[in-house]
Every structure is written in C-alpha cells, then in structure tokens.
Design a protein around this ligand. Structure first.
Ligand code: PLP
Length: 446
C-alpha cells in the first residue's frame, strides 16, 4: 500500500467514495476494467469535454489518460459528436452490413500498406485473438511468440508474461495447455529473442508484438529489433503480427511499422480508429486474410473469425470515419502539435527531475509519455522488466499527488497521452505541479 497521504483526495471526492462503496457490491473490486482501480478508490466521472474530466463531486481534471489513449482529438470533439447525433437517430445497430464500414475500411487500407483486407470487431482483445488464430490457420503451426510485458488484451492465449514477475502465471483459470503454445521473448534483445525462437521454430506460427510497449511502460521498440524479427519471420515461414492498437494513427496518419519500413503480415488496430467508440481491427495481406472468407472456403479449409453482435456497428464506424477523416485533413497540424508537446513534455520533465537530483527516464514517443523513477537496480529502460523494477511506489505517489492537489489525471502508474486539445498551458501546469511536488518533498518521503 502506498505511503501517500490520501487526505486531500478523500476530502474532495466524497460522492465518488460513496459510489465506489456501491460499486463494490455490484462489481468484483468495484470496477469492470482492472486497471481503472487505484487507491484509495477511483473518482467517478460524470462528463468529459475537450481535455477535461468532471467527476460526480464537481472536480475538474486535466486528462492525460484520454480514454486508454484512444481519444486523440480529446473528449467529445464537435466534428465527431454533432454528426453522430444524427447517426444515432438513424439506428444504433442494424444487424447487417453498412456502407460506412466500407468507407472506414478504405481509409485504413489506403494508409496502412499491409492492411490489404481486414475485419472489424468491437475490441482490441478480439482483434489480437483473431490475428493469432489466423496465423495458426495459415501456417498450420501452433506456437505464438510474444514479448515479455506485451499486452494484447484479455484473450486467454495472449494472457501470458504480461505482468512482472513474468514467469508466474497471470492468474487462475488460464489452463496450462494454452501456455504450452506461447513463448515469451525479451523485448529489444534480438539475439536473446532469436535464441528462444530457434527452439520452437518448427511449430512457430507467429510473433506478435507492440512496436511500443504501451501498458508495460511506454518502452519504444528499437528499429533494429523490429527489423530483425521481421527478417527472422521471413526466413522461417513465421508470420509477424504488429499490434498497433495504441500506435496506429497515434504518431502519424498511419502506423509505426510503416515508418520503420516494416511490412507485417498481420496488423491489429483499435482505439483511435473507433473515434471514441468500441472497435478492433484485424488486418493483413490479402493472401493470408482470405483464409477467413467463409464464402470461398468450406469448414476444414477456413479460419473461422468474424463474430460479434456489435462488430462493424454503424456508430463506431461513423465515429471512426469522422475521426479519421478529420485526422487526414488536418494531418500536418495535428501530428506536428501533439508530437511537439510530447517531445517537450519528455525532455522538460526529465530536466526538471534531474535538476533536483531525482533520477528518471521519461519514455515514450510522439505524444506518449511515461515517467520512470530509476533506482539502484535500474538505470536505463529497455524492456518491461526494467520498467517494472523502477520505483513504482514513487510513481504512484507522483500521479496521485498530481490528481489530488493539482487536478491533473494520469491513470496512476500508466503512460499518458497528449491529445490535439492539449496546449502549452497544460504542459506548463504539469511542469509547475511537478516542480511543486518535488519542492514539497512528497517524492522523497518514503
Ligand atoms: C497494444 C494493445 N493491444 C490490445 C489491447 C486490447 O484492446 P481492448 O482493450 O480494446 O480489448 C490494448 C488495450 O489497451 C493494447 O494496448
């Protein structure tokens, strides 16, 4: 438990506390997504607009979590929300096909070179589940390699080596058999990864990874590492799946794989492309994705993916299309701004902590930022183990103090994201609050 004094937070969140007590009688642990709990209890949000969240007690927070990093344009952007009001009146789920999904798919196809064909689903979890199933079906092999700390959602196959210590099972209910077909690789360590891959290559269907470890601390994949895995996959008849659910359309109007000159065989998207509504996308080379076409293939030759009552629903499709269209039209302005703010946030936070003799590394890329408090065990962050070994207690205190005393919300211990509605003044606020927190000695009282 944190040594942080929750006094000021508790004082201003009485109604949230009461809601949390009620929530605990409805949901195990009071929440439906595990990471949304933080001590002593999360604040309950009533509304969100632009860069702000407003809670049930009337507190306003500048949001740097931005809906699990999905909201690149901020909360409820007018250009998305207004047309959606009309769309809502025209039906929420048709239960059949709609033209908007084709338009959204066409934009993705145009700007993601490897997305020759795709399927829409409702979550990133489904997208990665489908991607690994397609890889197994296409290659006829069984083993999936992922990296230590890699997060691909809650599907059972990929719920391995997600949280430190990685060698321990993620929890009950995950049967051994699934784990037998998953291998975990050390991120950013090509020789170490290849040594493991070599032991299973005859039965290796795919390698799946995020080009930036998001949930595991904003750790950026080195280009040589990613290229090395691409080459290994080519040589060994293994599919490379890039999970760009966070990075897709986050750093530019496209994918990080493409900026690195890497063509994955399969690529997953989510978050931003749903414009604030539920979405997942599994995409890939035509030759591979065609295996999912049930109209061409009989049961024993097809890969059965593509369910989901709400998949391709007209609201997610419309919100995604409006968002993507806006991003495309304002590409230069948006990405220049958010990437600049992110770069400044990383370097200025680093400088500030360093000036006070606090050893930090601020990881991330573009508009993604993640502070890590270094210690005698970790001096540089190259992978999820390094990130996990940093001073987590200090990070929790830092984020809780930003929240309670300065109205700045980072989901405690998680990476933050800057959106188009953030400005220099938000960065200034973050820096001055951080300066104050350091001066108050909050981070040295352990
Ligand atoms: C890289 C990555 N893949 C997959 C997922 C799962 O997506 P969802 O939460 O929509 O199921 C996430 C969620 O944060 C993610 O960060």
């Amino acid at each position: 438990m944190s040594l942080y004094d929750f006094h000021s937070y508790v004082n201003k969140t009485n109604l949230s506390k009461a809601w949390y007590e009620r929530a605990c009688k409805v949901f195990p642990g009071g929440i439906s997504h595990n990471i949304r709990f933080f001590p002593p209890y999360p604040f309950f949000v009533e509304r969100a607009h632009g860069k702000n969240l407003q809670d049930v007690d009337g507190n306003t927070f500048v949001d740097f979590w931005m809906g699990h990093w999905a909201l690149i344009l901020g909360h409820s952007p007018q250009n998305v929300v207004q047309p959606l009001e009309k769309a809502l009146g025209q039906g929420t789920i048709f239960g059949t096909v709609n033209d908007t999904s084709v338009l959204l798919g066409e934009i993705i196809q145009k700007f993601v070179p490897s997305a020759e064909l795709m399927r829409f689903c409702s979550t990133g979890t489904e997208a990665t589940m489908y991607a690994t199933r397609i890889a197994r079906a296409f290659t006829g092999k069984r083993i999936v390699a992922k990296v230590l700390g890699g997060w691909h959602g809650f599907n059972s196959d990929l719920m391995h080596s997600v949280n430190y210590p990685f060698e321990i099972n993620e929890g009950l209910g995950l049967i051994g058999g699934e784990g037998d077909f998953v291998e975990s690789l050390p991120f950013n360590d090509l020789a170490g990864s290849i040594a493991i891959l070599d032991t299973v290559k005859d039965d290796l269907a795919c390698i799946i990874l995020e080009p930036i470890l998001g949930g595991a601390g904003g750790v950026v994949g080195e280009r040589e590492y990613l290229v090395g895995l691409r080459e290994y996959a080519n040589k060994n008849n293994v599919l490379l799946i890039m999970d760009e659910i966070v990075t897709g359309f986050r750093l530019n109007f496209g994918t990080l794989s493409a900026s690195y000159g890497i063509e994955p065989d399969l690529l997953t998207l989510g978050k931003i492309v749903g414009g604030g509504f539920p979405i997942g996308v599994v995409s890939g080379k035509e030759e591979i994705m065609k295996i999912a076409d049930t109209s061409l293939k009989e049961k024993r030759h097809r890969c059965y993916v593509g369910g989901g009552t709400f998949s391709s629903n007209p609201i997610s499709m419309k919100a995604g299309l409006l968002t993507m269209d806006y991003l495309k039209r304002n590409n230069e302005t948006i990405y220049t701004k958010i990437n600049r703010l992110g770069k400044e946030a990383r370097s200025k936070l680093h400088q500030l902590f360093t000036d006070f003799g606090i050893d930090v590394e601020v990881t991330g890329l573009g508009s993604l930022i993640n502070v890590h408090f270094l210690n005698q065990n970790v001096k540089i962050i190259k992978n999820a183990t390094d990130a996990a070994m940093t001073d987590q207690e200090k990070l929790l205190k830092y984020h809780l103090c930003l929240l309670a005393d300065y109205g700045i919300f980072f989901l405690p211990k998680k990476m933050g994201a800057i959106s188009f509605v953030h400005d220099n003044e938000d960065l200034d606020l973050l820096l001055s609050a951080t300066n104050d927190i350091i001066n108050r000695g909050i981070l040295s009282k352990v």
